[in-house]
Design a protein around this ligand. Structure first.
Ligand SMILES: [Cu+2]
Length: 478
């Protein structure tokens, strides 16, 4: 159990959304946003080095805090903790750099959290946090500290609830992730041997779970919620004309909402393939999970997608190549995964599976995918040919001779701009066939909003809510 103290600074900023499907494109539209900057200040009283400036009790930090005006991002910093933690979130309203006349209050609403109405962030039933009006500060900032004591693991979100139609559209939201604790796992029969390092369910060793796993490799207090890697997929939508109206102080009627950009973790394809600007911090308290949206796994790994919809439209999220298992929704374990009286029995016939999850605004889904090994299924046809049909690779080489542009070049993760490494499908086909571990890798699968007109940027395909899953060869073992 830890005490985690986050400090969020409400302000404004700009994002630059791509206008075409070229990786690293410079053809972009600037969109004015609101949001929170800041992040994790301290854990159990120990300050996070890069965030020490957020210690608002020290007057020496006040100028630095105010200098963050105009640095809002979409999404806002991720908040996370474990069951049983004490999570404190201090909100300081530092005001707008590009609309200094805007004196709006802001709040933090932890969406899905069991909290008292006084700290729920809905200002109509509680309060808002006024702006720190000083430019050369001599008095401490007005602030409010929200508190959340999570009792259950799951995927949640937070957002400002002041004038929510506008402030949410403008971008004041982020992910809130709660992991099980060792204690909450143990209450449900899941323990880790301190001598052998093996994970156990009711005393029975679970060899498929590596010894290196921690409580933060479970989505819920349930053995079937184990994952090797996890990704937050925070979905939202942008009507850039609304944002422009706010910037220019022109009234906008919210019922005219008509989005032209659809985002995953604040970015539209192809930016969804690039490392997220908020990722890459060194402190383990910051890097447990981040906003990267290019899913990169190894064959046979289990990966968790924490789907969050902060947009105003329903998203049919479709995943190519594999089927997902719904392990939870809105921070509740799927009833199909609840174990029987003996806490061993699971009826797989009843497991909720799918290839498209329909996610409404304000909903979260936790989806686990096993990156199954498909080599056995496809080796003959793709590499060797079958039943009189030439191999697919041979067919592709013929197509390439006729029209090389028909064969795609796929940006491989990590994607470095301005010179991303591209891999061509023919290259994948022509890899040496001697080592069965290396055939067909990497594999690339898209996942996207299946309202396919939302896989666009300002009407241009491809864009929007689209990203890739890259699956590499399995670890060489056995
Ligand atoms: Cu607000």
């Amino acid at each position: 159990m830890s005490t985690r103290h986050y400090v969020l600074l409400a302000t404004d900023g700009f994002i630059k959304l791509p206008l075409d499907g070229e990786v690293c494109t410079e053809n972009r539209k600037e969109v004015y946003i609101f949001g929170f900057s800041g992040g994790l200040l301290e854990v159990d009283g120990v300050k996070i080095e890069e965030n020490k400036y957020l210690d608002y009790k020290n007057p020496k930090n006040w100028n630095m805090i105010l200098s963050k005006k105009g640095t809002a991002t979409i999404p806002s910093p991720m908040l996370w903790g474990e069951v049983g933690d004490q999570i404190y979130v201090t909100l300081i309203n530092i005001g707008m750099k590009y609309r200094p006349d805007l004196m709006d209050f802001h709040t933090v609403h932890m969406h899905g959290a069991h909290v008292a109405t006084q700290i729920d962030g809905f200002p109509e039933t509680s309060f808002g946090v006024p702006m720190w009006e000083e430019t050369t500060p001599i008095t401490p900032p007005p602030k409010a500290t929200y508190f959340f004591h999570p009792e259950n693991p799951g995927t949640l979100m937070y957002h400002c609830h002041v004038e929510a139609s506008e402030h949410v559209q403008m971008g004041m939201y982020g992910a809130l992730v709660i992991y099980p604790s060792m204690k909450s796992l143990a209450v449900n029969g899941i323990t880790k041997s301190s001598t052998s390092g093996y994970w156990k369910l009711n005393g029975k060793v679970q060899k498929h779970i590596p010894k290196t796993a921690t409580n933060r490799n479970f989505a819920y207090n349930n053995i079937h919620s184990y994952f090797d890697k996890e990704y937050v997929m925070l979905l939202s939508d942008i009507d850039s004309s609304w944002h422009e109206s706010v910037l220019k102080n022109i009234p906008f009627n919210a019922v005219n909402f008509k989005p032209d950009f659809w985002l995953v973790n604040g970015r539209a394809f192809p930016d969804t393939l690039c490392p997220h600007p908020l990722s890459g911090d060194s402190d383990p308290n910051l890097v447990q999970i981040n906003y990267d949206s290019y899913v990169h796994v190894k064959t046979n790994e289990m990966f968790l997608l924490r789907m969050i919809n902060m947009g105003y439209q329903v998203v049919p999220w479709h995943i190519h190549g594999w089927h997902f298992m719904v392990v939870g929704k809105d921070s509740h374990l799927s009833p199909f995964l609840k174990l029987g009286e003996d806490r061993k029995h699971l009826d797989h016939q009843l497991t909720e599976m799918g290839f498209t999850a329909t996610i409404g605004s304000g909903e979260t889904y936790d989806l686990i995918i096993a990156a199954d090994d498909k080599r056995g299924l496809y080796r003959n046809y793709i590499v060797r040919g079958q039943d009189g049909f030439p191999s697919l690779c041979k067919q592709l080489r013929e197509i390439q001779n006729i029209n090389p542009s028909a064969i795609s070049n796929i940006p491989e993760e990590p994607v470095h701009c301005p010179n991303p490494k591209l891999i061509n499908y023919i290259e994948i086909c022509s890899q040496p066939h001697g080592d069965p571990n290396d055939q067909f890798f990497p594999q690339f699968y898209p996942m996207h909003n299946h309202d396919d007109y939302k896989v666009t940027n300002n009407g241009v395909y491809p864009g929007g809510q689209l990203t890739f899953i890259q699956a590499d060869a399995p670890d060489k073992q056995m």
